[in-house]
Ligand binder design. Structure first.
Ligand SMILES: [Fe+2]
Ligand SMILES: [Fe+2]
Length: 227
């Protein structure tokens, strides 16, 4: 139900109110129709003009100031921070990969991540919010572990690539879980454009995860087993 319907719903009398309401309200209850009052019409006209103004600015209308709305914004700030940290980490790790194929895959994902950061900025803009970062302990922890895993392997070894792939997949899975949830919340809150933007990123993370699995299964794991 959109906000307009919710507002109209509030004007419809509940069963317990039926006995005390004035005749026109009884008529409304009897027919089961939610009739608009002149005040509703004015509100609805105002709402329509607000919505078209927001559309002109490329923004979507905020439904309300609910707890879910705040949670959603918080989660966006969290992943905005995470993407920036991931970009830094990919820039460092690409030089550490042994195989050219993995190096290229990481370089590609670094570029994709830059675009994802810009896409998140678009999301904030659509919501009429400032793009802000919120420290994400989860990604800091995962990236610290990836760093340690990579350091525990020898330079120029295929076991190094195994470690990078597993580490990168831990990051991808964190992102997939986050974007998967965010897309669903955006849909629930009625932010269609935002849901589309977040879904594009979700697809990219899934493709990267798939590509990393392919690289591992096709040769990296076998070559590492020979070391
Ligand atoms: Fe990402
Ligand atoms: Fe990613």
């Amino acid at each position: 139900m959109n906000q307009k319907d919710k507002n109209l719903e509030k004007t419809a009398p509940s069963k317990s109110e039926e006995s005390t309401i004035i005749p026109v309200e009884e008529d409304k209850a009897a027919t089961g129709k939610k009739q608009k009052t002149s005040a509703d019409t004015d509100d609805s006209d105002q709402e329509n003009s607000n919505q078209s103004e927001l559309k002109k600015q490329g923004m979507e209308n905020k439904n309300n100031n609910s707890e879910l709305e705040k949670f959603f914004l918080d989660a966006l700030q969290d992943i905005y921070y995470a993407e920036a940290k991931i970009e830094e980490s990919l820039a460092k790790i690409k030089h550490k990969a042994t195989s050219e194929e993995l190096q290229e895959a990481i370089e590609d994902h670094e570029l994709v991540t830059k675009k994802q950061i810009l896409r998140l900025e678009k999301v904030f803009k659509h919501l009429g919010e400032e793009a802000k970062k919120k420290k994400c302990d989860a990604i800091d922890g995962i990236l610290k572990e990836v760093d340690e895993m990579v350091k525990s392997t020898k330079d120029g070894s295929m076991t190094r690539d195994v470690a990078i792939i597993i580490g990168a997949q831990k990051v991808e899975h964190y992102e997939i879980a986050t974007y998967g949830g965010l897309v669903q919340i955006a849909i629930t809150l009625g932010y269609e454009k935002v849901a589309d933007l977040l879904e594009t990123t979700l697809d990219e993370e899934e493709e990267t995860d798939y590509l990393l699995t392919e690289i591992a299964e096709e040769h990296v794991n076998f070559e590492a087993a020979e070391e």
